[in-house]
Design a protein around this ligand. Structure first.
Ligand SMILES: [Zn+2]
Length: 311
């Protein structure tokens, strides 16, 4: 039943990126009264933590052929020096994954058994069809696969590159509270951010902050950033005490930058990044403080960051 609800939730989410992450799920170490923000949670094992059958049973990989175009796009946004490593990270079908999840310490990514299936082939067919999908539609669209894999690779890379979650959290929290990088705002155009305005958009509206806020805090069912200054508290500190201390922040922000453009018409049609998609990624970079970006040193394709410096 929970699966059905989750599937329904993420099918619903086809429209907007933010909605894709609405689902929540339980975890092995769930605390009472506490909800994971995303079903795409990271298992940070602690190998002994995982049921041994998960590790020992045969775990079929996704088809590299069927996913060649997605994988190519995903690898392209990362530093080329990382590609041989990324290409070796197993991506396995994982019955416990509603969409996708990373096992960074072990170094693999688990994805839903529906990854390469059509609606007709899915055991959740009825739910998908109820949502208006046709039997022949793929359950996972190219765009969704791209965003998910970027996110999960970031989890793997954070561990692989030894990027400290605590300093990530602290840099993100400082960026979040820093008014020079704008207030969280849902639309691209914030107050006073008209064509007439000379200030950079990020000074009056910061969509990136909004998206990260939304992704990480929607479990409180807040539909908008509070109008007063209380958004600055936004349970960030509470979350820090109880949860992952920068792990999700790293993956969400990196994903927001790197997957930018995946919703563009051309990407959906061709499955390839266009120049405009890269421009969108660079625009997203400008919305995040250099301190946060520094955490991704060596992770992003240098094409993204170099041109930013020249600006
Ligand atoms: Zn995650």
């Amino acid at each position: 039943m929970r699966n059905a609800v989750l599937v329904a939730l993420f099918v619903l989410g086809g429209g907007t990126l933010a909605n894709m992450y609405l689902s929540k799920s339980e975890s092995l170490d769930q605390k009472p009264g506490f909800y994971w923000v995303s079903e795409r949670l990271v298992q940070i094992p602690v190998v002994s933590f995982l049921p041994t059958r998960v590790l020992h049973r045969e775990m079929p990989s996704i088809s590299r052929e069927d996913n060649a175009s997605v994988l190519k796009s995903v690898y392209e946004v990362f530093n080329p020096s990382l590609r041989p490593f990324l290409a070796l990270v197993p991506i396995v079908l994982d019955a416990s994954a509603d969409t996708a999840k990373a096992y960074p310490a072990i170094g693999y990514i688990g994805v839903s058994p529906d990854w390469d299936k059509t609606v007709l082939q899915s055991r959740h067919r009825a739910i998908y069809e109820q949502r208006g999908m046709k039997p022949g539609d793929p359950v996972f669209m190219q765009r969704f696969k791209t965003n998910l894999l970027i996110h999960e690779f970031l989890h793997i890379l954070q561990v692989h590159q030894g990027i400290d979650s605590r300093s990530c959290y602290e840099a993100v929290a400082r960026w979040y509270l820093d008014p020079r990088y704008g207030m969280p705002f849902a639309n691209n155009k914030g107050d006073g951010n008209t064509a007439m305005s000379k200030s950079p958009p990020m000074l009056s509206a910061n969509r990136m902050k909004y998206i990260v806020w939304y992704d990480l805090y929607n479990y409180r069912r807040l539909s908008d950033v509070p109008q007063d200054e209380s958004w600055k508290n936004m349970q960030y500190w509470e979350r820090y005490r109880f949860e992952k201390k920068g792990v999700e922040e790293f993956a969400y922000i990196g994903e927001e930058i790197l997957s930018s453009g995946s919703a563009s018409e051309s990407y959906i049609k061709t499955g390839r990044w266009r120049d405009q998609d890269w421009k969108d990624k660079k625009a997203r970079l400008l919305e995040v403080s250099p301190e946060v970006i520094a955490l991704y040193r060596g992770v992003f394709n240098p094409e993204l960051t170099q041109r930013k410096i020249q600006k």
